[in-house]
Design a protein around this ligand. Structure first.
Ligand code: 13P
Length: 287
């Protein structure tokens, strides 16, 4: 059964580890992540961007697929199904379709409008036991075709949004989606520290988990980060393993083409990536 992400993240914050959010794109990715979470006895969050939602034909299909897999694969660790960087309308669609968690990304609105809309989403989500992530300060890089530069959130604005009854907060601290540029300044721990001082027990979320050095991840966790999002790294691992399989000519079986064999190496590569991340985040054995 799907669970809200609130309890697992409150536990992670108190226990000084982080739960990974891994974005899904299809059946293979979903299966790989669920099986790895079960093997690692780790809680897990499946992230769905609006683009991936559309690709997988819609939110109801995703809810059906994930619920079916949890039952038929015998998954017993806590699993949350979470809308990643949701717009106002799509948060409602996901709450309606049976997601257990949503992110409302109002970071591109004025802080007043972000606050107003976040409040409305919190009321609708909590009425159905769905957890809510809000964002302050935009996260750089490209997400579903939208490109932004990483910025540092204003800690007072973070406090204002944290006080709206949200369950966890994503704050920009110089993090970027995708690969980091050579001249990246690194995470702003000063900003993170100031945000945690003002928001207390609120679990903080680190987007752009791909390519952040392990020491920085661990320092961020020590300063209140309890959820870390990973997407690009799984994509890179999947693509590299698939390319290697095709270049070796293994996709041609002589009697046709088997998509199940073609997608298997990529699926295994995702499993290895997810396991490595769960070990770094400290969530192994925490289910
Ligand atoms: P990466 O693609 O950098 O791993 O970031 C993922 C993310 O933050 C999704 O919201």
């Amino acid at each position: 059964m799907l669970v809200s992400a609130k309890e697992m993240l409150d536990k992670a914050k108190a226990g000084h580890y982080a739960v990974g959010q891994f974005n899904i794109n299809n059946l293979e990715w979903t299966k790989a992540i669920l099986l790895t979470a079960q093997e690692c006895n780790s809680p897990v969050i499946l992230g769905v961007s609006e683009g991936a939602g559309k690709y997988m034909t819609g939110y109801k299909t995703i809810v059906g697929m994930v619920n079916g897999m949890i039952e038929e694969l015998g998954i017993t660790v806590p699993v949350a199904l979470h809308l990643d960087h949701g717009s106002y309308d799509h948060c409602y669609k996901c709450i309606e379709a049976g997601f257990s968690s949503v992110m409302f990304d109002g970071s591109h609105f004025s802080i007043e409008e972000n606050v107003e809309k976040t409040k409305e989403i919190v009321a609708a989500a909590h009425a159905k036991g769905v957890s809510v992530e809000a964002e302050v300060g935009s996260i750089g890089g490209e997400e579903d075709g939208v490109v932004g530069a990483g910025e540092c959130a204003d800690p007072n604005e973070c406090k204002a949004v944290a006080d709206l009854g949200i369950d966890f907060l994503a704050a920009g601290i110089g993090n970027i989606h995708g690969k980091y540029p050579e001249n990246w300044a690194g995470l702003s721990f000063e900003t993170l520290d100031a945000i945690q001082q003002l928001t207390g027990d609120m679990p903080l979320v680190l987007h752009g988990g791909t390519g952040i050095p392990t020491e920085m991840i661990q320092k961020a966790i020590s300063l209140g980060v309890a959820k870390i999002n990973v997407n690009t790294e799984c994509q890179l691992a999947f693509a590299a393993a698939t390319r290697e399989y095709i270049e070796a000519g293994k996709d041609q079986q002589g009697k046709g083409f088997d998509p199940r064999k073609l997608l298997a190496p990529g699926t295994e590569a995702i499993k290895a990536t997810v396991k490595e991340k769960m070990e770094i985040f400290g969530s192994v054995g925490k289910a």
